[in-house]
Design a protein around this ligand. Structure first.
Ligand code: ADP
Ligand code: MG
Length: 755
């Protein structure tokens, strides 16, 4: 698309055209609904079953929308607004619908899910966490029942059997990670195991920007236990012993860390390796351990709870229970905190959130902030956006930012601002970027005699109740990252509205204006009064992107406030740089992942053929030779050999994939060195990974041959573990940071440092 047409085609405009017909059809919807008001519940259910059977597409949609409104009104006692119906049609049209916080997207998503199901589709409604999936399924259950659509929710606490059952429903609510983990486990299933996630047809993504853009690069990992000796832990223990003054060097901007010459000697002696020669792999784990020791901070990047490291999910500001760092980093932090080391494992398989979403036939979604990522949604998912105006105009006042010299002066000013509002019992929500910042602010507030609730990674379970009360008179709530929290903040009552509604204070700009907007959007929902203001300091992480901002430190007044317009522009500038960088990283990661995903797809197709027995027996028989084959078949009953071939090939495919994945990890990790050698990293990566992949199937066949040429057959076939073909005794799943490949320092740094 040329620049001109891009400018003319503002995001949303095209989508407007797509559902413009519906705006003109409101009267027909109203008429239709009247026909349904007198129906009994049974009649309504019956009507739903045939609603998509006849008529033009537009007639079908009008009929369905009218029916859906009637159903919702009946069982929830909430009559869907016209705006919600517009959103509904947008979702049924396969777009991302932009509706602000509090506009009722849960209901819109549920009605759309029912609409797809009534057209014979299978639907997953994906939310950011288990809590919301279970909540929404419960809340919307009666609507589905009346429309005659089966619904379920999957969550982390369910057994495999319960999950399998849940996935059979027409509409399934689940968090992106739970569904992704089940898909990963399905990929490794053995012949006697059933598939869990039966189909990936339609996906409706709630908080679409958060899932599709912010978390897109997060790999979901399936790992298995290994008996291998753990080199990472040895390195971690060694690095924990080094002297920071003598052996370790940290750059001035505190973004990178390395060994001094003395440090290199020390490590090489202790481990008996050549870091800059043969043992580049060891260098990578040493660097990771150094990074963990010097630049990863307790209470910012992780917590220590009950003697274990709990990773803080940077983008959501809470404990990520299933989340672990890449093995090396995890081991390094464990060594640093002297806590018990967790089981190490090898990566059996992995898949990014983006890959998962791409595996659905049909994607749509909803969020309060879609327009800001319009270009990204189009580039990465070919999705259009339908903006839906709020049903009551937004009267929230967004004040201009306040810029301060130091963190200290900023925090003091925030406390003043809170105190002022609190004096009138006006509720205040303070959004912070790290757990440490939230604790520090809470402490200051308490010193001022202001009682506050702190919502951060340490308090995950009370989250919903705390948020629900955040709009009451006199409430002060300090919270990390509000995006994706999904609970509505209602104002406490008339006196709260008169005091000005909810005051939202941002304790610093996020790395994207979209996250700022998510926080602001907590105030002024459904036409409520409210206001928002952001505080920034020159010491904020974000501002380190614009070193020239530091000279404004001279311009602070006695409270540290900087009023210069030019300084304010630099804040915007820093944020735009961060946004641009994030898109670039996304594009880059996607290019690396894409090839891996394609190779994985080829392997999975082959694996399915092996499992079904349509592939393998002939090829392996040929390799074994007639003599060996007739020897085995002479001693065994007919299908014993084929079953053995199938089982051994399945094992060999999985084993070979684990190796290939590890190879890709190492390749990706070392690839930035190629940039120094003026090779193009993506091309080099593609070339080498394609080269290594070429012999995949032959290697698998050879492995099967080698086992079968020697194997002892019992009456039942071959005892695989006895021949060294052992599957991991346990497997587990986790999310890592955005770095797919184990310990790519640069990407670890980036994601850890996200606010
Ligand atoms: P969102 O996800 O868009 O932020 P929610 O789905 O959480 O919003 O809904 C916000 C609140 O609005 C909920 O309390 C819900 O009950 C209420 N709500 C939604 N739709 C309607 C409606 N048509 N009429 C009245 N209240 C509604
Ligand atoms: Mg919501």
């Amino acid at each position: 698309m040329g620049l001109f047409s891009r400018l003319l085609n503002r995001p949303g405009e095209q989508a407007d055209k797509r559902i413009g017909w519906f705006d003109r059809a409101q009267d027909s919807v109203a008429q239709r609904q009247e026909e349904y008001t007198d129906s009994t519940d049974e009649q309504l259910t019956a009507a739903a079953a045939v609603v998509f059977d006849t008529g033009s597409r537009e007639e079908q949609l009008i009929r369905f929308v009218a029916l859906a409104r009637e159903a919702a009104e009946r069982v929830l006692d909430e009559r869907p607004y016209d705006t919600q119906l517009r959103g509904l049609v947008g979702l049924l049209d396969g777009t991302v619908v932009q509706m602000l916080t509090g506009e009722g997207k849960t209901l819109v998503g549920a009605l759309a899910a029912a609409g797809y199901a009534l057209q014979g589709r299978r639907v997953h409604v994906v939310s950011v966490n288990d809590y919301l999936a279970v909540r929404d399924r419960g809340w919307m259950g009666p609507v589905f029942e009346l429309l005659g659509v089966s619904v379920s929710a999957v969550s982390g606490t369910m057994s495999q059997e319960e999950r399998r059952e849940a996935y059979r429903a027409e509409v399934v609510y689940g968090s992106v990670s739970e569904i992704g983990f089940d898909v990963l486990r399905d990929r490794f299933r053995l012949p006697d195991e059933d598939v869990r996630v039966e189909s990936r047809d339609v996906v409706i993504v709630d908080e679409a920007d958060s899932v599709l853009i912010d978390e897109a690069r997060v790999p979901l990992v399936l790992a298995g236990s290994t008996q291998k000796e753990d080199a990472d832990q040895r390195v971690a223990r060694l690095v924990a012993r080094l002297d920071p003054n003598e052996h370790i060097e940290v750059t001035d901007d505190r973004r990178a860390v390395s060994l001094t010459t003395a440090g290199i000697d020390e490590v090489e002696d202790a481990l008996d390796v050549e870091l800059y020669g043969q043992d580049a792999g060891t260098l990578a784990s040493v660097n990771l351990a150094l990074y963990a020791r010097m630049l990863v901070h307790r209470d910012v990047d992780y917590l220590v709870v009950d003697g274990a490291i709990k990773l803080i999910d940077a983008s959501r500001g809470r404990i990520a229970s299933l989340q672990r760092w890449p093995d090396g980093l995890q081991a390094a932090v464990e060594a640093k905190e002297k806590v018990e080391t967790s089981t190490s494992g090898e990566i059996l398989d992995q898949m990014t959130v983006e890959e998962l979403v791409h595996s659905y036939r049909h994607v749509c979604g909803m969020t309060g902030t879609a327009l800001a990522v319009g270009d990204d949604l189009r580039e990465f998912y070919e999705l259009e956006i339908v903006p839906v105006e709020p049903h009551e105009p937004v009267i929230r006042i967004d004040e201009v930012d306040r810029l301060y010299t130091f963190q200290e002066s900023k925090e003091r000013a925030i406390v003043e601002e809170v105190a002022e509002a609190h004096a009138f019992d006006r509720p205040v929500l303070v959004g912070t970027r790290s757990v440490a910042e939230s604790e520090s602010l809470a402490e200051r507030l308490r010193e001022r005699g202001i009682d506050c609730e702190v919502l951060n990674a340490k308090d995950d379970t009370r989250e919903a109740q705390i948020i629900a009360r955040a709009g009451e008179a006199g409430a002060v709530t300090v919270s990390t990252q509000m995006a994706g929290r999904g609970t509505d903040i209602r104002l406490g009552g008339e006196e709260v509205a008169e005091a000005g509604g909810l005051l939202v204070i941002g304790a610093g700009r996020y790395e994207s204006s979209r996250l700022d907007d998510q926080l602001r959007g907590r105030a002024g929902r459904q036409g409520d009064p409210g206001s928002s203001v952001f505080f920034t300091s020159l010491e904020d992480e974000l501002m380190s992107r614009v070193p020239e901002a530091q000279r404004f430190v001279e311009e602070g007044d006695e409270t540290g406030l900087i009023t210069s317009k030019r300084a304010a522009l630099l804040v915007e500038h820093a944020q735009r740089m961060a946004e641009g960088e994030n898109t670039a990283v996304h594009r880059d990661t996607w290019r690396f992942n894409d090839l891996m995903a394609k190779q994985r797809q080829l392997v999975l197709t082959r694996r399915d053929e092996v499992r079904d027995g349509t592939r393998g027996p002939d090829e392996v028989r040929d390799l074994l030779g007639e003599e060996r084959v007739s020897q085995i078949e002479g001693e065994q009953s007919a299908d014993v050999l084929d079953t053995a071939i199938r089982d051994i090939l399945l094992f060999a495919v999985d084993e070979r994939w684990v190796d290939h994945l590890a190879f890709l990890n190492d390749l990706r990790e070392g690839i930035h060195l190629r940039t120094l050698a003026r090779e193009k990293p993506h091309e080099a990566f593609n070339e080498e990974s394609i080269g290594a992949f070429a012999s995949f199937w032959d290697d698998v066949l050879t492995r099967a041959h080698d086992v079968l040429a020697e194997a002892d057959f019992t009456g039942e076939g071959v005892d695989l573990p006895a021949h060294g073909l052992k599957r991991p005794s346990s497997t587990w799943t986790y999310l890592t940071t955005e770095n797919v490949f184990g310990s790519d320092l640069e990407t670890v740094v980036k994601s850890l440092r996200r606010p």
